[in-house]
Design a protein. Structure first.
Length: 400
């Protein structure tokens, strides 16, 4: 059990069939969904409308960084909402000032300045806009297999065909190269390139990661031609790598880091963290967002950082991540475990989707990816060793 997991329970609420019917009737059918309705969460557990508990190895898609409904985060949100629910960036705000200071202090980029927005795709749009504006160049080098979001600029640098296939017209200016191939990156880089953008660990592609020399090499290539290095840390950021940013364990500091998902524990928030050289492009009016930097989102960011830094979460992620890897290696059907911290791809000797479905029947939510044989684990970062063991035993029960 995780430290905070007191065994989440609750009375069944609305009938499940009605919830599913209503959502299907009125929401556009753009998502594949599990056939149950979640109504509560605590730590690494969530509860459905029939009272069934699940061990969550998916984290609401890498979002529940501090665990579901961490009391400190919930309190900060409630208190800020009661004090001042919203005001835009036309006025200064105490919660925003603190969130920016804390993000800057946590960032490995020296002298980090912050743009606040509401989602990962917006954070990436801001990064690309600033890189192009600062360099006066149009081309961006991006990776096959990379995912950066659903707005047009982010889709233009996304390297997964299933997301981009029918998008017309696609904005131009992208040169795509294979992830992990430094020679290919070198061939793509010249003085027309504004930036390289990559997920340091390619999550949707199955948690693919490269050696430290690759990231070092990209850094040197960028420096040689005057381009910026952008890490999309929407998934790897806010502690999932075992540090605030994956740049630290991977050993190479970029010019820009983008964050969303876990940065506010599930309250919608995104952030673009930029080096001083990039910040020069951010003059008045260049970027903006009505809701970005709203006081409640900022209170959630601050409380999330309080928990990550004050409750030993980075160390826990490293420890439990190693433990998971070691124990997964004892499962016969596991070919390889790749990734970083608590963003792990479990490569199986078979299709991952039926395994994920069978895990659900055993009360475990796990992710899949665009790699058909790879289960994806993105749990709350409060996961502990015994939770990890419970997952591995469930997996063993399914595959052995
Ligand atoms: C690496 C990465 N970048 C960007 C995004 C887009 O984030 P959002 O859905 O908040 O726009 C995602 C979302 O899954 C992601 O995984």
């Amino acid at each position: 059990m995780s430290e905070r997991d007191s065994g989440v329970r609750g009375p069944p609420g609305e009938p499940t069939a009605r919830i599913l019917e209503e959502e299907d009737a009125y929401q556009l059918p753009t998502y594949a969904k599990h056939p149950f309705a979640l109504v509560r969460g605590e730590g690494v557990r969530v509860l459905d409308s029939e009272g069934r508990r699940y061990l969550d190895l998916y984290g609401g898609h890498a979002v529940a960084s501090t665990g579901h409904s961490h009391p400190r985060v919930v309190r900060a949100i409630a208190e800020q909402a009661a004090r001042l629910l919203f005001y835009s960036n036309v006025c200064y705000n105490d919660a925003r000032a603190r969130a920016c200071r804390r993000l800057s202090a946590a960032s490995p980029i020296r002298g980090t300045r912050v743009f606040l927005c509401n989602s990962g795709t917006e954070a990436n749009e801001a990064a690309l806009r600033l890189a192009r504006r600062r360099t006066g160049r149009e081309v961006v080098v991006a990776m096959d297999g990379g995912f950066h979001g659903r707005t047009l600029g982010s889709l233009a640098v996304t390297g997964l065909e299933s997301y981009t296939r029918d998008v017309r017209p696609m904005p131009g200016g992208t040169r795509r190269v294979p992830f992990g191939d430094l020679a290919a990156a070198r061939r793509a880089l010249d003085v027309q390139v504004a930036a390289i953008i990559l997920e340091p660990v390619q999550s949707m592609a199955g948690c693919r990661i490269a050696g430290p020399e690759y990231y070092r090499g990209l850094r040197s290539l960028c420096d040689e031609v005057g381009a910026f290095l952008i890490y999309d840390e929407v998934q790897t950021g806010a502690g999932r790598s075992g540090a605030f940013s994956a740049a630290v364990p991977l050993g190479t500091i970029p010019d820009v880091i983008t964050l969303a998902k876990g940065v506010a524990s599930g309250f919608p928030a995104g952030a673009t963290l930029v080096a001083p050289a990039v910040a020069e492009a951010a003059t008045q009016g260049v970027l903006g967002s009505t809701f970005g930097g709203g006081p409640v989102a900022c209170a959630a960011i601050e409380a999330t950082l309080d928990v990550l830094e004050g409750e030993g979460i980075y160390e826990r992620v490293r420890r439990v991540g190693h433990h998971l890897r070691r124990t997964l290696a004892t499962v016969g059907a596991v070919r390889e475990v790749r990734g970083l911290g608590l963003l792990l791809g479990v490569v199986l000797d078979r299709e991952a989707r039926p395994v994920a479905r069978a895990l659900l029947e055993r009360g475990v939510i796990a992710g899949t990816s665009s790699a058909p044989d790879t289960l994806r684990l993105l749990p709350p970062l409060t996961l502990c060793e015994s939770d990890a063991d419970e997952f591995v035993e469930a997996l063993r029960g399914v595959v052995d």
